[in-house]
Design a protein around this ligand. Structure first.
Ligand SMILES: Nc1ncnc2c1ncn2[C@@H]1O[C@H](COP(=O)(O)OP(=O)(O)OP(=O)(O)O)[C@@H](O)[C@H]1O
Ligand SMILES: [Mg+2]
Length: 417
């Protein structure tokens, strides 16, 4: 075949959707260069299609060595191809913390050429993210139909699960909102009279009467109940938003000052790694302080008297914020504590209203925080990383609604405790 004809045949093959062919055109003349460019184009197309397939691929040779990994898999594992390619398949299990029996499952699939799949596999990637994966194996054959290894296909269901959860949460919250407003009304007024009567009762009692202590406890508990109802009302009917340009570092410091009141124990170390060059953030400062405060309170409770709490802020200029692929920057706030990790079985419930594992908890701290972060278009993710429990908050610095930050306006208001 003449070089031109080879190119023509190659182009027709691609038009039919077959990307496997490569042209054999030698020479340093223009046709030779065209042939090389053509092959390069086909390779890029190939990579593009393989990479854009939803999910990840890992190809193993018949001895279980990793020979190729696509971008989707690298994203799931949160590593680069050098970390995997050329290594034995158990590297996958080491990079992705999963049930160790997965290693023998892969080995068995390889030895017996089994095509099978695992659904809803819990895993934690290098970045500390909890994932739900499907994990399947299928045989690879060479052109003579001989066994040439295994393909492992991975699908990250986390996103899909998150969307379902979000929808369920929205339903739950709407129902809760209605219920809360009704309940608050029904409970608050009688509670007011119970408190008044208890106060009267206390006055009737003689000094030193044991029942005085009881009445004091009753009043304290009534106040606590009232507090819960107020929090619940705020949650179901949040106050009006007051957006202004804020300095996220200052808001975190403000939240820290508020919890310092709760820490008398000096064996809690607080470290701050705050990026001084964060851009101003368009948000509701009071609500943001509330959100940070709720996480910090949990952190203080988690370290339980001694341990470390770390606050980190940084700016990520190339943060992808939405599914349309719109790229803007984001302020990343990380609040970490060295307390016991969050058991993975309670992770799905963390943001559910009234979910608590604490004796005196109301389980509204994280749902309120979630609500506030969502109000600002952000995301909040619990992570478990290097011995720390981390809440990672990503706040997109979008167009800032066309406003230019006026530094005078960056708030330094005071907050009520
Ligand atoms: N930093 C953390 N470390 C370990 N577990 C945590 C942490 N933060 C939250 N949790 C878990 O999540 C649960 C829900 O937290 P949330 O703040 O919503 O409620 P709470 O702290 O129990 O009560 P409240 O905040 O209303 O006083 C907690 O009970 C706890 O089990
Ligand atoms: Mg809490």
């Amino acid at each position: 075949l003449t070089p031109l004809r080879k190119i023509l045949t190659g182009a027709r093959q691609i038009a039919k959707g077959d990307f496997s062919g490569r042209l054999d055109i030698k020479g340093l003349d223009e046709l030779g260069i065209l042939g090389k460019d053509f092959n390069r184009m086909v390779s890029s197309l190939n990579e593009y299609f393989i990479d854009s397939l939803a999910g990840g691929w890992v190809l193993l040779d018949p001895h279980g060595k990793i020979v190729s990994v696509n971008r989707g898999a690298l994203n799931i594992f949160h590593c680069e191809s050098e970390d995997l390619v050329g290594k034995p398949h158990d590297t996958l299990i080491r990079i992705l913390s999963v049930n160790p029996s997965l290693e023998s499952w892969v080995e068995e699939s390889l030895q017996n050429k089994l095509e099978r799949s695992l659904k809803e596999l819990d895993a934690v990637n290098r970045d500390g993210r909890h994932l739900k994966l499907t994990f399947s194996t299928s045989q690879l054959k060479d052109k003579d139909d001989n066994f040439a290894g295994m393909a492992i296909t991975l699908k990250d269901l986390t996103r899909a699960n998150e969307i379902t959860e979000k929808m369920q949460r929205t339903d739950k919250l709407a129902a809760l909102g209605e219920m809360a407003a009704g309940l608050a009304h029904e409970i608050r007024n009688p509670l007011g009279s119970i408190k008044g009567l208890t106060q009267l009762l206390r006055e009737e009692l003689k000094e030193g009467d044991k029942a005085q202590v009881y009445t004091e406890t009753m009043i304290r508990e009534i106040d606590r109940l009232n507090g819960v109802i107020t929090t619940l009302l705020n949650f179901s009917h949040p106050s009006q938003n007051e957006f202004r340009f804020c300095d996220i570092n200052k808001l975190l410091e403000r939240a820290l000052e508020l919890i310092n009141v709760n820490i008398d124990d000096k064996s809690i170390q607080i470290e701050q790694v705050l990026d001084p060059s964060l851009p101003a953030f368009w948000g509701d400062d009071k609500k943001l302080v509330q959100a940070f405060l709720n996480i910090l309170l949990n952190a203080v409770q988690a370290v339980n008297g001694s341990g470390e709490i770390v606050l980190v802020t940084r700016f990520d200029p190339n943060h992808i914020i939405n599914e349309d692929g719109l790229v803007t920057g984001a302020i990343i706030v990380q609040i970490k504590d060295s307390g016991d990790p969050i058991p993975s079985e309670i992770l799905p419930n963390l943001f559910d209203p009234f979910f608590t594992t604490k004796k005196d908890g109301t389980g509204l701290g994280l749902p309120i925080t979630h609500q506030i972060v969502t109000l600002h278009g952000g995301t909040i993710t619990p992570l478990c990383k290097n011995g720390f429990t981390e809440f990672n908050i990503e706040l997109p610095v979008a167009e800032q609604l066309g406003k230019e930050p006026d530094l005078e306006m960056v708030q330094k208001v005071s907050y009520e405790v």
